[in-house]
Design a protein. Structure first.
Length: 521
């Protein structure tokens, strides 16, 4: 008995049923066009690609044996109950069409009144069938020839396959799906997976540390005071930084990965706390600390417009996907949130009693949601399409937020030394949490990065940079080099192995893969 059981299963763990495995291979051979090989395997193994039930159903439909077809569907079990009604509806519809085509209105009506009612398809299904009869009668079509009837029956069979259990009809390209699922699972379990490399089925997938930035490759020292913020452009060709030295700098990313100073932006009277690239990377916004908002031309480095006045107190800003509209939040509750065009014309504003000071805000890349740190311990998500609002309370003070490139998730830094990830759609009751970095009293900013926003990076008050794989709560890397608090980090969206960090030590560090790790791998 044991030997018989072993002969019917495959794999070291005995999880794969031999006949299912062979059947899936046969289906794959047919789909690849190797019909002779598939037929040979069917003959040699005694296993048919088509199940006995499906072959019976196929012959009944193609021959117009409707009573037999209905009986076969009713007799099917194997989790068929929920889908049986839909399958029977399709069969009855085809049957009625053929009766009407032959001018047998009475038989069509009999089927509708007696057989459909007996099977309890429900009023909605019966009503649809009745409507089908009336619409078909109104068409006043002539007799459909046998070839057309045959094609309609084949179409019916193809439609029925969607409702039949997998044991009766294999899902399309089942083997390809299983292999892709296995490869994806290996990607998901790989803590360092960060490249769209060609996949080999000959060996299991595993990435090393050289896939992510872990080593300082350049130190930028042009700022004369604390560097508070860094952000790569959307095309990855530039980096913008802002500092308490009252300037912002645009850096050019060269082909060899080195950065060089492109423009120094001098116009703010106070420290510059925040920058935001337009989606087309042609313009850059800079926020002065408790000061105005300025718009810069990236190519020339000239200031094109100043928004607000000395009393506006801008805290953060963001762009809409069209690169024509921008939004900013004010730390002054009376100013609220303003939407402008690039010429300074106010398009819309959110103000009033329900609008406390805005500490940070962001627009999802798809332009559908505006997310704000609405108060020290509360987030608000505004659906810009429906105007629906959703509030998310946090137990500790929120200092910053960042959105994933696919618009599905956002992360917030808390002064409780945690980073929380929420989903924009609101399906999660609780967030995913990440630990390890240090944050008590300063504004620390984190970011998504890497392939499909797989990683999260954050600054820290202990002068380190922390990196997490977002599927795990504990960091996978700690990067050392800065001498003081790391305020902000940015992951290059086009160069998955490039990370920038800004620190109170007046420097920006550019991180890349460790060459020693790469050589070792």
């Amino acid at each position: 008995m044991l030997m018989e059981t072993l002969s019917t299963v495959l794999g070291a763990k005995g999880l794969i049923k031999k006949h299912e495995f062979v059947r899936v291979i046969i289906q794959c051979l047919y789909s690849l066009g190797y019909r002779k090989s598939a037929s040979c395997l069917e003959s040699e193994s005694g296993i048919s690609y088509k199940s006995v039930d499906f072959e019976l159903l196929e012959s009944q439909i193609l021959s117009g044996n409707w009573d037999g077809c209905i009986g076969t569907l009713i007799a099917m079990k194997d989790s068929m109950d929920e889908r049986r009604t839909s399958a029977l509806f399709l069969v009855f519809k085809q049957r009625l069409l053929e009766y009407l085509n032959h001018g047998d209105d009475a038989m069509a009506l009999t089927v509708l009144l007696k057989e459909v009612s007996a099977l309890r398809l429900g009023k909605d299904k019966a009503h649809k069938l009745a409507q089908s009869i009336l619409s078909l009668k109104d068409m006043e079509f002539g007799n459909v020839d046998n070839n057309a009837v045959c094609e309609l029956r084949k179409l019916l069979l193809a439609e029925l396959e969607k409702f039949l259990p997998p044991a009766i009809v294999l899902p399309e390209r089942r083997l390809e799906h299983l292999v892709e699922t296995a490869v994806t699972a290996q990607f998901d379990s790989c803590m360092y997976h960060n490249m769209l490399d060609e996949v080999s089925l000959y060996e299991d997938h595993c990435c090393g540390r050289d896939q992510i930035p872990t080593e300082t490759v350049q130190i930028l020292t042009e700022h004369k005071n604390e560097v508070w913020f860094v952000q790569f452009s959307n095309n990855g060709e530039y980096l913008a930084s802002s500092s308490s030295d009252c300037t912002a700098i645009i850096w050019k990313v060269l082909e060899d990965g080195k950065l060089t100073l492109e423009h120094t932006l001098r116009s703010h009277e106070n420290p510059v706390s925040f920058v935001a690239w337009s989606p087309d990377d042609a313009m850059l916004l800079t926020c002065g600390n408790a000061e105005v908002l300025k718009l810069w031309d990236v190519e020339t480095g000239t200031c094109k417009h100043t928004f607000g006045d000395r009393g506006f107190l801008v805290s953060s800003c963001a762009w809409f996907p069209d690169s024509k509209r921008l939004v900013c939040g004010s730390s002054d509750p009376e100013k609220g949130i303003c939407m402008w065009d690039c010429h300074g014309n106010e398009i819309k504003a959110w103000r009033g009693m329900r609008m406390p000071k805005i500490l940070d805000l962001a627009v999802t890349p798809d332009g559908k949601h505006l997310i704000t740190i609405f108060s020290e311990k509360e987030l608000r998500i505004l659906n810009l399409v429906t105007n629906a609002e959703r509030d998310i309370p946090e137990e500790h003070t929120i200092t910053s937020l960042s959105i994933s490139g696919d618009s599905k998730f956002f992360i917030v830094n808390l002064n409780s030394q945690e980073i929380h990830m929420w989903d924009v759609a609101g399906k999660w009751v609780t967030p995913l949490k990440y630990w390890g970095h240090k944050q008590h009293k300063y504004v620390i900013r984190s970011c998504f990065g890497g392939l499909n926003s797989t990683f999260i990076a954050s600054g820290s008050e202990n002068s380190k940079v922390y990196i997490w794989n977002r599927r795990k709560p504990w960091h996978i890397e700690v990067l050392s080099g800065h001498r003081m608090t790391v305020n902000s980090v940015s992951w290059n969206p086009r160069r998955g192995q490039m990370l920038a960090s800004a620190s109170d030590d007046h420097t920006i560090r550019i991180w890349g893969p460790s060459l020693s790790n790469k050589d070792a791998a």
